[in-house]
Design a protein around this ligand. Sequence first.
Ligand code: FES
Length: 158
Amino acid sequence: MKSELINALSRAEIDAIEAEITHLPDRKSAAIDALKIVQSQRGWISDDSLSAIAKLLNMSAAELDGIATFYNLIFRHPVGEQVILFCDSVSCWLMNGEKVCSKLQRTLGIQHGETTADGQYTLLPVTCLGDCDHAPAMMVGESLHHDLTVDNIEAIFK
Ligand code: FES
């Protein structure tokens, strides 16, 4: 293993990516899994991490960046400790989602794409979270919150 690669990725990250590759037909097929592994350790994918992952998978950084950019749960910029993914799709719109999200933005003092001053939360829009029966919905980190209203959203962040 080249030392530059080891500097950009930890031994544990490399081992986890190599373990994924063993289940797949070729190294490139591990692209999303590799990005997720590194993001789970570092919170986001820096240019250095992206280049190192690309080398490990025998692909170009540009090719991997295309995948990372297309997949909206891979973060190419630093994010807060928890990412809020607020559903921005039709069922949630119909159930007042935009007003609820506006209330959330006022509560946290951030707009979509921004991080709170204390580094705690980053707010991002996301397409349907698959919880349309309980719209509006959002993920805060790993937790799903639904049946959101302008009256109950604030309490989630207290
Ligand atoms: S449209 Fe929001 S959860 Fe499906």
